[in-house]
Structure formats: C-alpha cells, structure tokens
Write a protein that binds this ligand. Structure first.
Ligand code: NAD
Length: 509
C-alpha cells in the first residue's frame, strides 16, 4: 500500500498517510480542490499588504512565537516525522526540528539587517545618490518534498514571511500528517488570517498553485517536476526558485583523515536512508588508500542497525514508499547485471515488514550503470577506485547534476584547490550533507540541480523585489545631457570619455 488517492475525483479525493516502516494507515486528509487553492491565494493576497507593511521586528515576534511553539511541541513533531517518514527520532530532531529552530532564530534576528536599504554615490554622476530598497513580492507559493517534510517547508515559509510576503504551502502528498502538524504550529503562533495557509494534495494541487495568482514559486523536489514547474511558470514569466536533485560525489584523497573519512562516507551515504538531495551518491577513492578504506567502510556499514524507528536503537529506517524501493532495487539490479560487486547489503528486508532495504556498498562500478548516473535516493554507496585526484575531479564533474560535493583530505589547502574545480553549488571539506541544516550558509544547485538560492543572505533576497530609487543632491535647472543638444556639451562629453578611459586604465593597472 502506498500513499495514494482514494478516488480520481479531485473534488472528493483524499490522501492516505502510510507509516513506511509498518505499512499501517496513519490518517486521511482531504485534497484541496483547485477552486479552494485559488481562494487560499486570494486570502493570502488580501493579507499581503498589511503583513508586508509591518516592521521586521513585528514579523519577528510571530516567528519567535512559532519557535516557542516548536520548542514546546518538539516531541510531538519528532514522533509524527518519525512515524510518517520512518526516519529515526534522532534524525527527526537533528535534521528537521533543530535546523528549523536555528533557521527561525537566524531570520527573526537577521532579516532586517540583511534587507535594509542600501545607499550609494554614483562615480560619474557626482550630484546623484541612489538607494536599493527591498520590498516583499506579495504572495509566495512554497512547494515541498517528503524527504525533510518539516525543515524544508518551514524554512521556505519562514524566510518568505520575514521578507514580508504571505505564503501558501503545498507539502508533499506523502507527508500530510507532518504538514498538518506545521499548520497547528502556525495556528499556535497566532499569525493573522491569510498570512500562512496550507493546501494539501498531490501534483495536481501543486500544479493548481503554480497556475494561481502567486508572485513567486519556491520549489524543492525532483528535476522532473522542477522542469514542469519552470515550463508552466515561464508562460507567465513567473519567477521560480528550483532546489532540485543531486548525484553528489565524495572524493577521498590519499591523505584523507582515515577514521573520520570512513565514518563520514557511511553517514553521508546512509543518513535518512540515503534519501537526501545531498547524499553521497558516488564515492571516488584514490588507488593507494582504496583497499584499506573500502574494507573499513564495509565493516562500518555492517554495524548499522536497520529497523523501524525505535528510540536510538536503529540507525536506518525504511524508504518512504514503494516507488523509492523499486528505484533502489532497480539501480542495484542494473549495477550487478553490468558487473558491480556487492560488498554489503544488496537486498530488500522483507522480514521487517515495511519498505526496508539493506545498506548497500558496491564496487567495480562504471558509468554505464544507473547507480552512477541517475539519482538513486536510497541506501546505496557505489565506490569507484580512481588513479589520482585528477581522475576523481573529472569523474565528479561527469554528471548533469551539481548540488553538493565533498573532498576529504588532511590538507585544507588541497581541499580548497579541488573545491574550486568541482561543478557544484556547495563543496564541503571533510564533512557531508550538513550545511543544508545551517541557516547561515547559502544552498543551491548548478547545472540540473536547480536555479536560485535558499538560506544565507542570498536566500532571503529571493523573497524580495529590489527597487532602485535615485535622486539629485542639489537639483539644477537642467542636466547637461538634456535638450537642446549643443556642440559645446558634445565636446565636454568627449573629454569625459577620455577621463573615463584613463581612470579605467589606472584602476586596472
Ligand atoms: P517531487 O518532484 O516528486 O515532488 C515535490 C513536490 O512537488 C510535491 O509536493 C509534489 O506533490 C509536487 N508536484 C508534483 N508534480 C507537480 C506539478 N506538476 N506542479 C506542481 N507541483 C508538483 O519530489 P519528491 O519525490 O517529493 O522529493 C524528492 C526529490 O527532491 C529528490 O530529487 C531530491 O533530490 C529533491 N530534493 C532537493 C532538495 C534541494 O535542496 N536541492 C532538498 C530535498 C529534496
């Protein structure tokens, strides 16, 4: 049984929430019909002017109330996230609740400083002054995936709200319980009517939101859906942020700190059962250290505890749904058929009941295999032995994705040198995944991994429209470049060209 719609009629259908560890039904939620999506956007529009006119301090008070509600209800949220996704409670806390609280603190306290007016003097037009003002966009649509069903949507919503927008959120159809917990949290924080709303449903509800009268779409999800949204938005020149998938490489240099690199590879590949956009999906280790490294990784993987989330007694939960299980099984089967060796795992754990798959390590992999070219999004770590760092860099860049990469070395200088040559939004030295959870650091993909930024300063600027205001310090009767055009001013313009030219030369020299 997978999360599915009970009927195909959009007006009456429901989403069924399934616990992927037990396959038990957790609850049902009515799908928001397209007409109600439009009504929600209209309510958000009506609330936008008043919310956008409030001070940052006033908006921050609501976000801090939200953070308080999260603090008070953290156990409830952890349990719901764990039940609906199968992730261990440790990860529900460390990768969902904690980063969301960090993000709320960060933007509640820093948004005013980041978005404050910026004034400057113009180099040539000495009598002129300029100012950049950041204004809210109006209504923002946030469309989110199931793999971090709490931290990703709340992150996007909080940034949009702090920037002065109202928000309509369309969460994943696979995690409606978590979405409903988010709704209750916002209700507890007492946001004014229409400032934050949720519409529940599958892709068709998301498509209805994309087609509605929103001002921007903040989307996190697969490349396939991202492309569809970009196409739909392009028809109306609607701006989009697309945070998409990855096939993230990990490069292990000859001087990598051994124990840390082994443990880092295992956590980076198998946290959240490998269902992270920034999971280690391809590992390149240089020949001199490969044998010892692979053997230690395999030992570590065999120690991982797989099972339904139960306190801190399990490390790896199930995949979120049958579709993910099928993709993972298919990628492993394809790799084995093409000559890969399974050093650990490799099979579904039917004995555990839910969508469990053993943490799997593969070697002797090559680029004809899906596991090296397509996003697997599951507990599979393919390891390729390479001659040297040059080959590792070449292979790391040999992909249509470009989200995150990691370089493991005892020499930070070497790490930074390699980082500059990797085609990815983020390169982490001697760590994996974690910067998505740090509100201060920007997160974005290059190539097919997306467009636009979330988090950091740049992430907040995605939720505002810039306005440029320009004025005279001492207004004169006329500007010299206005009518009537005269030979005298033509000559002065020519002199100015000369000055500009010499000044430019001096600056560069
Ligand atoms: P998905 O693309 O299937 O769905 C994401 C959301 O889009 C869901 O809410 C879905 O209902 C909605 N949707 C589907 N079709 C739509 C349409 N036509 N119009 C509007 N909305 C539509 O992705 P998923 O399976 O939920 O999530 C997994 C993917 O997300 C992976 O590829 C992963 O790498 C990626 N991801 C990326 C990041 C990042 O920061 N770059 C973070 C998390 C996940």
């Amino acid at each position: 049984m997978t999360a599915s719609l009970t009927t195909t009629d959009q007006e009456t259908s429901e989403i069924i929430s399934i616990n992927p560890a037990t396959l038990e039904e957790l609850g049902r939620f009515p799908i928001t019909p397209a007409s109600e999506v439009n009504a929600a956007v209209a309510r958000a529009r009506a609330a936008a002017r008043e919310w956008g006119a409030r001070s940052y301090r006033n908006r921050a008070r609501y976000i801090l109330k939200l953070r308080r509600a999260l603090y008070d209800r953290q156990n409830e949220i952890i349990n719901i996230v764990s039940d609906e996704t199968g992730k261990p409670p440790f990860e529900a806390l460390s990768t969902e609740v904690f980063p969301a609280a960090d993000l709320m603190s960060h933007y509640a306290t820093k948004s005013e400083k980041i978005l404050r007016d910026e004034r400057f003097t113009l180099a040539v037009f000495r009598n002129k002054r300029s100012m950049i003002v950041s204004e809210p966009l109006g209504v923002v649509a946030v469309i989110s995936p199931w793999n971090f069903p709490f931290s990703i949507p709340t992150g996007g919503v909080v940034m949009a709200l702090m920037a002065g927008n109202t928000v309509v959120l369309k969460p994943s159809e696979f995690t409606p319980m978590v979405a409903d917990a988010i709704r209750r949290l916002f209700a507890a924080a007492g946001f004014p009517e229409g400032v934050f709303q949720i519409v529940q449903g599958d892709g068709s509800t998301g498509a209805a939101l994309v087609d509605s009268a929103v001002d921007k779409i903040f989307f996190t999800g697969s490349v396939r859906t991202g492309r569809r949204i970009a196409e739909a938005a392009a028809k109306r020149l609607l701006p989009v942020v697309l945070e998409l998938g990855g096939k993230d490489p990990m490069i292990v240099c000859h001087d990598a700190p051994f124990e840390r690199t082994v443990k880092g590879a295992v956590w980076g590949a198998f946290a959240n059962c490998g269902q992270v956009c920034a999971s280690v999906e391809r590992l390149y280790v240089v020949e001199p250290v490969a044998e010892k490294f692979i053997s230690a990784v395999v030992d570590e993987v065999k120690r991982l505890r797989v099972g339904p989330p139960a306190g801190c007694e399990t490390d790896i939960g199930p995949l979120v749904n049958e579709n993910q299980l099928n993709i993972v099984s298919d990628h492993v089967r394809d790799a084995v058929a093409k000559g890969a060796r399974v050093l650990a795992g490799g099979r579904r754990r039917e004995d555990l009941g839910g969508y469990f798959f053993e943490p799997t390590v593969l070697t002797d992999v090559n680029n004809s295999m899906k596991v090296m070219t397509e996003e697997t999004f599951g507990p599979v770590l393919p390891i390729m032995v390479v001659k040297d760092e040059e080959e590792a860099i070449r292979e790391a860049n040999n992909t249509s994705y470009g989200l995150l990469a990691s370089v493991w070395t005892s020499d930070n200088e070497r790490g930074r040198r390699i980082a500059r040559r990797i085609e990815a939004g983020t390169v982490i030295i001697n760590d994996a995944l974690y910067t998505h959870g740090a509100a201060q650091t920007p997160w974005f993909g290059v190539k097919e991994s997306g467009t636009g930024v979330t988090h950091g300063r740049a992430g907040l600027f995605e939720f505002v429209r810039m306005k440029h205001v320009n004025w005279d310090l001492l207004p004169m009767k006329s500007n010299w470049w206005w009518f009537p055009y005269t030979d005298r001013w033509y000559g002065r313009f020519k002199t100015l060209m000369k000055v500009l030219y010499r000044w430019g030369l001096r600056k560069i020299a």
